[in-house]
Write a protein that binds this ligand. Structure first.
Ligand SMILES: [Mg+2]
Length: 252
């Protein structure tokens, strides 16, 4: 994968560890103080969804095995590190060139990527589970604010967070999803951002999309804003200079 344009802004590991420790410290509830609230995006922030794409490609390989054996062989060998942003780009990287086949592959992926049973294939971003758990243990309320939708993805997401050991389903946690699939993620996050204060004082926000970091800072200018430099949609707006850039939650 190409080097991210945010690479020069990534905090060196010791600075990243200091930033994360300061956020754990800010998660400590003080008497009579408002509850600190930490807001985490999921895809590309706490969870790596590339293995979900790989799983679907392996199934697509079997689906295409008889008709397109050469492409099926490549898809079957696909691994997480091969996956880039954009499904068409990924299919082309696996040798799918024919426009009709690209569309068929896209539809196959879309029918699976956004439904509950496939959420189990995601993996946690390194250090994410321990970091979120530390913040929760310190006293913060944890809000998972995701562009995944309630009708099709919320239950699978709940199970995935539980199975990965993130705090979920306990007092002081919340999974916030889009009410409908077709709402653009940034519109949804912009609309709900003010209401995050219902949980308490928003102390930190984490997202892998510059647009979301910017809009969350707009609504919560005193919060730490942490940009996860994993992958993001093409042609992002300039990232707010107040955002700090990390690529994982590892502290060593
Ligand atoms: Mg995301």
């Amino acid at each position: 994968m190409a080097v991210s344009s945010y690479f020069p802004r990534r905090l060196p590991a010791p600075d990243r560890a200091r930033l994360l420790a300061s956020i754990v410290e800010a998660s400590t509830r003080k008497a009579k103080d408002e509850v600190p609230v930490l807001v985490f995006d999921l895809d590309g922030t706490l969870l790596d969804n590339r293995p979900r794409v790989v799983r679907i490609f392996h199934e697509l390989a079997e689906h295409w095995r008889k008709r397109h054996p050469a492409i099926a062989d490549r898809l079957a060998r696909c691994v997480t590190e091969d996956i880039v942003y954009g499904l068409h780009e990924n299919l082309k990287l696996q040798g799918v060139e024919d426009p009709a086949l690209l569309e068929e592959g896209f539809a196959y992926w879309k029918d699976r990527f956004f439904i509950d049973p496939y959420m189990q294939y995601d993996v946690a971003v390194p250090g994410a589970r321990d970091f979120v758990s530390s913040c929760y243990a310190a006293g913060a309320t944890i809000v998972y604010l995701t562009g995944r939708d309630l009708p099709n993805m919320a239950l699978g997401t709940f199970g995935s967070l539980r199975d990965h050991g993130f705090p979920i389903g306990v007092v002081g946690t919340s999974l916030v999803t889009k009410p409908a699939f077709d709402i653009p993620d940034t519109v949804f996050k912009h609309d709900v951002a003010p209401s995050l204060s219902r949980h308490g004082r928003v102390a930190a926000v984490f997202d892998n999309e510059p647009a979301n970091c910017n809009l969350l800072l707009e609504h919560h200018p005193h919060a730490h804003c942490v940009f996860l430099d994993t992958h993001h949609a093409p042609n992002p707006p300039p990232l707010d200079p107040r955002a700090q850039v990390i690529e994982s939650f590892e502290i060593e």
